[in-house]
Design a protein around this ligand. Structure first.
Ligand SMILES: Nc1ncnc2c1ncn2[C@@H]1O[C@H](COP(=O)(O)OP(=O)(O)OP(=O)(O)O)[C@@H](O)[C@H]1O
Length: 238
C-alpha cells in the first residue's frame, strides 16, 4: 500500500447467498484523484460502493481508509473519519429544509469541513436554504445529497450516479464543481453510466463486469480495449 493512498481495497469479495456480486476486487485511490467505476448494469459498482461505505460487509479481503482497516466500521463512524457518499436515489429528510438537512449532516463534522453557507453556494442552493427539501426538483435533491456529504468534511467522497437525469448544462456545472473539490484534495470514486461525464471528470477508470475488474486505465484507453467494448460499450461511441 502506498502512503499516498487514501483508500486501498484488496481482494474484496461479497456474496448474497449463492450469488457472488464482487469477486476479488483490488484497487486504490490517491489523494485528490477522481476514479471512475463503470460497467454494465448489475456488474457490482453500487455493491462495491456499499462495501466501501460500510453499508455491506465484505466476505473476504481488506479495505483500508487513510491507513486504517475499516472492515466492520459503520457508515456513521466512517463519516466521522472522513468518508461519505451520495446515493443513486437521493435521501434528504424531505420534511426538513435545505438548511436543516445540511445542519444535521454537519453534526458529523470534521475540522476542515466547509461552512453551511459556503456549501449552499457551492451546490447552487443558496436561495433555497429555507425551502422544504421535498419540494426541490430531482437535480436539486441530488445536489443537496452532495451538500450533505460535503458538510461532513470528507477526504473521500463516493459519488453514485450523480449525473443521471441532469440536463447538459447541469452536467457541465456538476463536472466543474467536482473538479474543484478534487483540486482541494478531496478524492472521489464516481459511478456513472454517462461516458462524456466520466471522460471529462475522471483521472482513471476501472471497468467492472460480473463482479470483477476487467480493465484499469484511462477512459480513452478503455474504449480501445476489446473486452470492454464487447461487454459494455458495444462498439458505439461513448
Ligand atoms: N442486497 C442485495 N441482495 C441480493 N442481491 C443483490 C443485492 N445488492 C445487489 N445485488 C445484486 O448484485 C449484483 C450487482 O448489483 P449492483 O447494484 O452492485 O450493480 P451495478 O453495477 O451498480 O448496477 P447498475 O449500473 O444497474 O446500478 C446484481 O445482480 C444485483 O441484483
Amino acid at each position: 500500500m502506498s502512503p499516498e493512498d487514501v483508500l486501498n481495497v484488496a481482494d474484496v469479495t461479497k456474496t448474497f447467498g449463492s450469488f457472488t456480486a464482487l469477486q476479488g476486487m483490488s484497487f486504490h485511490v490517491k489523494k485528490g484523484e477522481i476514479l471512475g467505476l463503470v460497467g454494465p448494469n448489475g456488474s457490482g459498482k453500487t455493491t462495491c460502493m456499499n462495501v466501501i461505505s460500510g453499508s455491506y460487509r465484505a466476505d473476504r479481503g481488506s479495505i483500508h481508509f487513510m491507513g486504517k482497516d475499516i472492515h466492520r466500521t459503520s457508515a456513521s463512524r466512517l463519516a466521522h473519519m472522513g468518508m461519505n457518499r451520495t446515493f443513486q436515489i437521493p435521501r434528504p429528510f424531505k420534511g426538513l429544509t435545505v438548511r436543516e438537512n445540511l445542519q444535521i449532516a454537519a453534526t458529523f463534522v470534521r475540522r476542515d469541513a466547509m461552512g453551511l453557507e459556503e456549501i449552499a453556494a457551492f451546490i447552487g442552493l443558496e436561495d433555497h436554504l429555507n425551502k422544504e427539501s421535498g419540494t426541490l426538483n430531482s437535480t436539486q435533491q441530488k445536489l443537496l445529497d452532495l451538500g450533505r456529504a460535503l458538510a461532513t468534511g470528507p477526504a473521500l467522497l463516493l459519488v453514485d450516479e450523480l449525473g443521471a437525469g441532469m440536463n447538459p448544462h447541469e452536467l457541465d456545472v456538476t463536472i466543474e464543481r467536482l473538479k474543484r473539490l478534487a483540486s482541494r484534495g478531496i478524492s472521489m470514486i464516481v459511478v456513472e453510466h454517462l461516458m462524456s461525464f466520466v471522460r471529462q471528470l475522471t483521472d482513471r477508470v476501472i471497468v467492472m463486469n460480473a463482479g470483477k475488474e476487467i480493465f484499469e486505465g484511462t477512459l480513452d484507453e478503455a474504449v480501445k480495449n476489446e473486452e470492454v467494448v464487447r461487454v459494455y460499450l458495444g462498439g458505439g461511441t461513448p
